[in-house]
Design a protein around this ligand. Structure first.
Ligand SMILES: [Zn+2]
Length: 284
């Protein structure tokens, strides 16, 4: 199965109301591990890169690793650029072959965000790529993008006008979630998803999902959150695997043993979320 456009994965998930995990990978090991989990569960998968990861690895090396891994994967997979406020990097990733981008204009006023998102949609369209849009910043810093201050939430009319004006493929509404770990239980606004989807039936994207309950995920997916981003959970599993390995074997000096241990932990976290969002068996 070659790499497919984002819409080939999300159109069906949105129509059938299951969620597809969109997992932020940080390197080749985590990429290979999440693809292995999707293969095992016969699930479609969205692989995401933060702008920080793109900058640290470079678009060329990252795309080469992606193609090598993804082309050998028997389930539908697609590559997405997570929160990117920088137009130049949007262009670089689209030119390099990313299938989808989140132009994060949430720091701009809505009119300017709308104007620029229209340009990004046109640019992506020339590459056969899709665009995710957002107008309200998700609380919390993720890989250097964002703020810990809760941003303004506009009436849902503003979201509906933004979607109509820009022609974005998917939309990340503010629903009370935050990036990172929750210090207190979030106050969710799931009805905002329903209100937007009622007028514009396009896939909604859930950010800040780490720490939500199974019921909260299921409810949001049923309302139209077809793409469910997972970043913090993978990062924690990745970091803790290293810590746990060295707590058990402080003198170990054989890197492949450590890498296999970390890989199993990353596979486990990907598997857990694929099952939680009910996309297992949907690769066919
Ligand atoms: Zn996010």
């Amino acid at each position: 199965m070659p790499v497919v456009p984002m819409r080939e994965i999300l159109d069906r998930a949105f129509a059938e109301r299951y969620g597809v995990a969109a997992i932020n990978i940080v390197d080749d090991l985590s990429l290979e591990a999440v693809l292995a989990a999707a293969t095992e569960l016969e699930a479609p998968l969205i692989v995401q890169t933060s702008l920080k990861t793109v900058k640290s690895l470079g678009t060329g090396p990252l795309m080469a690793i992606w193609r090598a891994r993804a082309d050998a994967t028997p389930v539908p997979v697609t590559l997405h650029l997570d929160h990117c406020p920088d137009r130049e990097w949007i262009t670089r990733c689209l030119d390099a072959g990313w299938n989808s981008v989140l132009f994060d204009g949430s720091e701009l006023d809505v009119a300017e965000n709308t104007r620029q998102t229209i340009e990004v949609v046109a640019e992506a369209g020339r590459h056969g790529a899709q665009v995710e849009g957002e107008i309200e910043s998700v609380t919390g810093v993720e890989d250097d993008v964002g703020s810990d201050e809760a941003g303004a939430v506009h009436p849902t009319d503003v979201s509906r006008e933004f979607i109509a004006a820009t022609g974005i493929y998917s939309f990340a509404p503010a629903i009370g979630t935050a990036h990172g770990l929750y210090k207190a239980a979030p106050h969710l606004m799931p009805e905002r998803v329903t209100e937007i989807v009622a007028e514009h039936p396009i896939p909604m994207v859930l950010h800040g999902g780490t720490g939500l309950s199974e019921e909260q995920f299921s409810d949001l997916i049923a309302r139209g959150c077809a793409k469910v981003n997972i970043s913090t959970a993978l990062k924690l599993a990745f970091m803790r695997a290293h810590r746990d390995f060295f707590e058990r074997s402080p003198q170990h000096a054989d890197p492949p043993v450590l890498l296999r241990f970390v890989r199993e932990r990353v596979i486990a976290v990907a598997r857990e979320h694929i099952l939680l969002f009910h996309s297992e068996g949907k690769a066919a």
